[in-house]
Write a protein that binds this ligand. Sequence first.
Ligand SMILES: [Zn+2]
Ligand SMILES: [Zn+2]
Length: 355
Amino acid sequence: MANLSQKAFGWAATDTSGVLSPFHFSRRENGADDVTIKILYCGICHSDLHTAKNEWGFTKYPVVPGHEIVGLVTKTGSNVESFKVGDRVGVGVLVGSCRTCDICQQDLENYCRKMIFTYNSTDKDGTRTYGGYSDIIVVDQHFVLRFPDNLPSDAGAPLLCAGITVYSPMKYYGMTEPGKHLGVAGLGGLGHVAVKFGKAFGLKVTVISTSPKKEAEAINKLGADAFLVSSDPVQLKAAMGTMDFIIDTIAAVHPLAPLLDLLKMNGKLVTVGLPDKPLELPIFPLVLGRKLVGGSDIGGMKETQEMLDFCGKHGITADIELIRMDYINTALERVSKSDVRYRFVIDVGNSLASL
Ligand SMILES: [Zn+2]
Ligand SMILES: [Zn+2]
């Protein structure tokens, strides 16, 4: 039996309205391999909204979302040597995996069939996992990340999901060769960080977006080299066959044909957004240009640590709007309309306890 002796407080959705309200619950006592963390900041990911409203069909209520967590260690178990009380740490999308399968052995816990999500999952002890819209969390040390000293806790939090989601495929699919041309389709939470990684890797980066309004910001603020309005056939035609890779962060159903046409021969299109319906895959441009379409889902623990260290070294953070906990329902509403530049982060440490 799990010893649920640590009192916790957070905000939970209790039905498909997705409206969150204050929620008292318990977390397990800190075990030998566990780290207990006082949460300071938590980013708001689109997945939080999908899950709060049960849009993917597997939500079990009540659900406390949040998987871009930064906080301070308050307890460590007897087997924990890499973390001590007071350390600043991060927790992302995963809090568990089997640790023994061939996938886990390759440090790819994110693809383990027994992986445990930070919220809305069943933990090893049979209890529900609750995420970062809460005051504390208890996590096995293997799934806790060191937060580099020079990364700010608030603007660094979104790296734990949005950051690794684009960093991992860029590494795996070889999108890191300086001078190559990267297209970033969709300029939201994921896309804006992909632009920053692209520049840090020395790539030429073109943002591909439906909204011409974002052009000035993409170039002046995020450092993109060019901007392509995806609904403009003239611009699309001019850019045909010019890109080595495209990272497609668009979460809505969208046509792939225009993106595939932008790729050079041997070009790669990697999708990381999760539209809720299948996309149509045109085969001719793939066959005739030896092009590749791939996917990717977050990253393993080792690579997530590498990504955080890379961000610390290169000064990469998310552009955020910091909010109080009690603004959460308005924030989620705004996330549903993509009305945020580019990620909300909840100031959990300063706004949750004062309710
Ligand atoms: Zn996420
Ligand atoms: Zn495994």
